[in-house]
Design a protein around this ligand. Structure first.
Ligand code: DQA
Length: 139
């Protein structure tokens, strides 16, 4: 399968950002090991701090013939109707992931305005959340 991982704002420095919450492993080396673990899939990666760029990339994914998107929209998960509408507009299944368990954190993180348009949500398993999301495409 051709899968696209999209990471939203503040997710470019995982490993250094609040490591007590997000862990010490940097995303690039995690991504390398993920690609090696799932050689049967073609896994691509996009990260942006900008809402509009994320919306544009979600739409472009249809032209780029992706079979699935794994989306960690970061703080936009709690606020972005624009990303929600983009997810709803495309025919590609989107699995939302969070590294941390958002339900064990501040109240504002309990609301997710995008999740209802996703195939499912995986939250709280560290970077393993992405691995579980890749596996979910085999189900
Ligand atoms: C996050 C959780 C969000 O609440 C937060 O704003 C992030 C990361 C996670 O992966 O745990 O940036 O999406």
């Amino acid at each position: 399968m051709k899968l696209l991982i999209i990471n939203g704002p503040n997710l470019g420095n995982i490993g250094r950002r609040e490591p007590e919450i997000y862990g010490h492993e940097d995303f690039d080396s995690f991504l390398d090991s993920l690609k090696k673990e799932f050689r049967e899939h073609e896994i691509h990666y996009f990260q942006s701090h900008h809402e509009g760029e994320i919306v544009a990339k979600i739409h472009k994914a249809t032209e780029e013939n992706y079979d699935g998107i794994i989306l960690n929209a970061g703080a936009y998960s709690h606020t972005s109707y624009a990303i929600r509408d983009a997810v709803a507009a495309i025919g590609i299944p989107v699995v939302m992931v969070h590294i941390s368990n958002v339900y064990a954190r501040e109240n504002f993180r309990h609301e997710n305005v995008i999740a209802a348009k996703c195939k499912g949500v995986i939250t709280g398993f560290g970077l393993k959340s992405y691995e579980l999301a890749v596996r979910s495409y085999a189900v």
